[in-house]
Design a protein around this ligand. Structure first.
Ligand SMILES: Nc1ncnc2c1ncn2[C@@H]1O[C@H](COP(=O)(O)OP(=O)(O)OP(=O)(O)O)[C@@H](O)[C@H]1O
Length: 288
């Protein structure tokens, strides 16, 4: 039985080696957005207009913009969940026409089955992809990656919100995707938990070589996590700024002077692009 085998492995968390040694690097997706515009209905105006950009393999990109500017719409298109009215999303040279387990989305709500264990929840992606034979090996690996190796037998409902989001992350990582698409996944968590997850998710993406795209309206989150930030303007949504975040891994914690300089620079760009009323200035600075 799958569950028994998982439980046996998880009973000895010390047997789980550090993620860097046991999880093979993955080739991240290359994404090209070509002449993309979108309207949900013909009678409505364009939600997105004239988008053209590329994301390199293994790059961490934040889509930053005010509410309603089309960030989630763009992310759904990168996952193949919505097709653009015009233009195309090209992944690894192929026009995207449908979802695939190679690019997975994570949302604000972890959507776990509360009556199942952590290991059973983490195994669901593999089950649904008819890859149950990989569960015994992959689930302990990914639970180690998200720092939940010793929680494998716990019921999901016994975990904190941050731990539940880690289980959702493990479930997403188990089928070895090339790209993770995160739609404000940490916004319901407290500041301390959110920062820990931001740091760990970036580290996991870099360790594995995953391409990572994060939708956010939190300037601090963009500076902490992203190699590059695309700032979107609204009505219609389009890229107003495309800027690199030039920080070392150590500098990405909120206290460093280079971090604060990058935060102020990005906040200035965002404020110029967004309506000031939509910029959560105090909230963002509180998170420094
Ligand atoms: N399924 C849909 N049908 C029709 N209109 C939609 C649909 N989904 C989104 N929209 C509209 O498209 C626009 C962009 O929405 P979207 O959710 O992509 O923005 P967002 O930047 O992610 O916003 P938020 O930060 O609030 O989540 C909004 O005006 C929204 O009402």
């Amino acid at each position: 039985m799958i569950v028994t085998r998982l439980n046996e492995t998880a009973a000895d968390p010390a047997a789980i080696a550090p993620a860097e040694r046991i999880v093979k690097p993955i080739r991240g997706s290359h994404v090209a957005i070509r002449a993309l515009s979108h309207a949900y209905r013909r009678s409505d105006g364009l939600v997105l207009k004239d988008m053209d950009f590329e994301i390199q393999q293994g790059e961490v990109v934040a889509l930053l913009g005010r509410s309603g500017c089309g960030k989630s719409t763009l992310l759904h298109m990168m996952a193949g969940l919505t097709l653009p009215s015009q233009g195309e999303v090209v992944i690894n040279g192929n026009t995207l026409r449908a979802p695939s387990p190679k690019w997975v989305m994570m949302f604000q709500a972890p959507s776990l089955y509360p009556w199942m264990t952590v290991a059973q929840n983490a195994a669901l992606g593999l089950r649904f992809s008819r890859r149950s034979d990989e569960i015994a090996q992959r689930v302990p690996e990914v639970l180690g990656l998200v720092d939940l190796a010793s929680f494998a037998d716990r019921n999901a409902q016994e975990l904190s919100g941050g731990q539940q989001q880690r289980v959702a992350l493990a479930r997403s990582l188990a089928p070895s995707p090339e790209m993770l698409l995160l739609d404000e996944p940490f916004s319901a968590l407290d500041a301390f938990t959110r920062r820990a997850l931001q740091k760990d998710v970036r580290k996991i993406a870099k360790t594995l070589g995953l391409t990572l795209v994060i939708v956010t309206h939190d300037v601090g989150e963009a500076v902490r996590m992203a190699d590059r930030v695309l700032v979107l303007e609204a009505n219609p949504g389009r890229i107003a700024e495309d800027t690199q975040i030039a920080l070392t891994e150590d500098e990405r914690s909120g206290g460093s002077e280079p971090f604060q300089n990058e935060h102020s620079r990005l906040m200035g760009i965002y404020s110029d692009v967004a309506d000031m009323s939509d910029v959560p200035t105090e909230n963002d600075f509180a998170q420094l």
